[in-house]
Design a protein. Structure first.
Length: 562
């Protein structure tokens, strides 16, 4: 008779210092709940511990045969805390708890990652005894035992009361603090770390207990650390200095821009936004890293057929090509990729943007300046006298810009621009609603690409995805089809996703589609005609990616467009 393998035992719960000491004293004899005198904790009892006691932490502990440590109820040994640096603690999301008999107990989000375990083994001469804690416990533990200790020392160096709750500093103090070396080091470290971790934005959110620092990575906000509240005015002041903003202004929104040089010589453009909030000024820094954000056409994920269609558009001497979709879906990225390809020819390319995100050699780029009346519309009126072959306009926002864009497309120029619509077909109805004449649109429009950015499943922590019957039925996938999602690991910042890719629908004008562009045109009829002409919809493209294993089916469900 064949014996079935037994299911993993329920993990132990370590929520008191006495329980932690007892566990280390008897380790490894009772390293697993199955060998312990006390039974492990079941899932429902674990979830009753609080809203941060998530099922994923329980599943990690159970699958690895490790205990669950409630870090918020334990008092880590200062000697153990000192065994790893704050930078390592933040990188690995780990908090040492106790050093005992040649062993060191360490609470981690996911001890199963070889990278984490290997680095800890390398750093410490003691044997690492891993334990699983919730993301919130780890985050608050790092803030309490590392961030606040560091920040208090910095505050004392600057002559600031660490207990101060002031939300702003006067102009003279702000000017002084912004130049102090510890403050410069904090801001530079945040910027360099964010670029290394592929963040697109840094958020500084002031609160009653301190300032939360978060990175937006692959469209997800990832908590990084918490700044002491007393340091908030100094850090914001430093960022304002970088952005060329008014240090004395605390009650009005401000915008700025700067260039930050990394240690390897690479430069990253910064777009800075400061808003007044209840507990101080809230800051968002957009990081424009050419290496991460500027893609070639090969990186867009085009099919061979659609790449040929896009090449045909770029070979056109005149006409209009539009990319559409919600904010942050990669519209400008697609246009930049086309510009990078077209600049290889001996042609004159002009752009008007708000703002210019990336500077490209051999292309004349202009930036909107509303204070002087230099808008999209006014720039385009002058562009036509500047002998362009290709014109790129950052966005069609109003009737005036739309009319001039159509006029440019009809008078021997290839016009590229973006528009906020959800599908390719609704782009036609949107332009008609803006007041563009149907007969002009029929004559000028070449193609429309509507797109979204999907988050790719992390290859290091892929696991089979559980999908509801409703999602399967709506997306048209069979009940026995297997899909994968990411569990979350240190490689992907615990997100389960790593990098992004565009999914799109490319509608190329055909005689039938042109015939449907009439006053009062129906988007559904245009959409159906485009599908008959060979267009793959965004939803179909996303499901195809999910079937290939590149993304989860839930990600395809998130970006569906019809």
């Amino acid at each position: 008779m064949t014996l079935e393998p037994s299911a993993p035992a329920a993990p132990l719960l370590i929520d008191t210092d006495a329980a932690l000491d007892r566990y280390l004293e008897t380790y490894p004899q009772v390293a697993f709940a199955a060998d312990a005198a006390v039974a492990g904790i079941d899932l429902s009892t674990w979830q009753a511990q609080g809203d941060d006691a998530i099922e994923r932490s329980y599943a990690v502990a159970r699958s690895l045969g490790l205990p669950l440590a409630r870090l918020s109820r334990l008092r880590p040994d200062p000697q153990a805390i000192g065994l790893i640096t704050p930078e390592v603690a933040r990188q690995l999301r780990a908090v040492p708890l106790r050093a005992h008999g040649g062993m060191i107990a360490v609470a981690m989000e996911d001890p199963g990652t070889q990278h984490v375990q290997g680095m800890l083994d390398f750093i410490s001469r003691d044997r690492v005894i891993p334990m699983v804690s919730t993301p919130r416990d780890i985050r608050e533990g790092i803030a309490h035992y590392y961030d606040r200790v560091e920040d208090r020392n910095v505050a004392l160096q600057l002559g600031i009361d660490p207990e101060s709750t002031a939300t702003e500093a006067n102009a003279l103090d702000a000017q002084r603090l912004a130049k102090e070396r510890p403050v410069v080091r904090i801001v530079n470290a945040l910027l360099a770390d964010a670029v290394t971790r592929r963040a697109s934005d840094i958020h500084l959110r002031p609160g009653e207990d301190g300032t939360d620092v978060l990175y937006r990575i692959d469209d997800e906000l990832v908590p990084v650390r918490q700044l002491l509240r007393a340091l908030h005015p100094a850090v914001v002041g430093r960022i304002k200095v970088l952005g060329g903003m008014n240090l004395a202004e605390h009650r009005r929104p401000q915008d700025g821009r700067a260039t930050f040089a990394l240690d390897d010589g690479r430069k990253v453009d910064l777009r800075i936004s400061v808003l007044p909030a209840v507990f101080g000024e809230s800051v968002v820094v957009r990081l424009l890293d050419t290496d991460e954000s500027l893609w070639s056409l090969e990186q867009l994920g085009l099919t061979a057929q659609d790449r040929q269609r896009l090449d045909d558009v770029m070979d056109s001497s005149h006409g209009m090509f539009l990319t559409t979709g919600p904010t942050g879906c990669g519209k400008s990225t697609t246009l930049y990729a086309m510009l990078l390809e077209m600049r290889k020819r001996r042609i004159n390319i002009l752009t008007i943007e708000d703002p210019v995100e990336f500077h490209i050699e051999d292309i004349q780029q202009m930036q909107v300046n509303r204070a002087t009346g230099f808008t999209f519309a006014s720039a385009m009126r002058n562009f036509l006298r500047h002998d362009p072959d290709v014109v790129m306009v950052g966005e069609i926002r109003d009737r005036e810009t739309a009319d001039i864009a159509v006029e440019s497309a009809l008078t021997g120029h290839l016009m590229l621009s973006t528009l906020h619509t959800n599908t390719a077909a609704t782009t036609v109805t949107r332009l008609l609603d803006l007041g563009v004449e149907a007969y002009l649109l029929r004559a000028s429009l070449l193609a429309v690409m509507s797109q979204r950015l999907v988050r790719l499943t992390c290859p290091h922590c892929r696991e089979i995805e559980t999908v509801s019957a409703h999602v399967r039925e709506t997306l048209g996938v069979a009940a026995d089809e297997v899909f994968h999602t990411g569990r979350g690991c240190n490689h992907c910042e615990g997100l389960g996703v790593y990098k992004r890719q565009a999914v799109y629908e490319l509608m190329v004008m055909t005689p039938r589609i042109r015939a449907l562009i009439v006053p009062g045109a129906e988007a559904d009829a245009i959409h159906d005609a485009a599908i008959e002409a060979g267009m793959t919809t965004i939803t179909q493209a996303a499901v195809r990616l999910a079937r290939s294993g590149a993304i989860s089916l839930s990600e395809a469900w998130r970006v569906r467009a019809d």
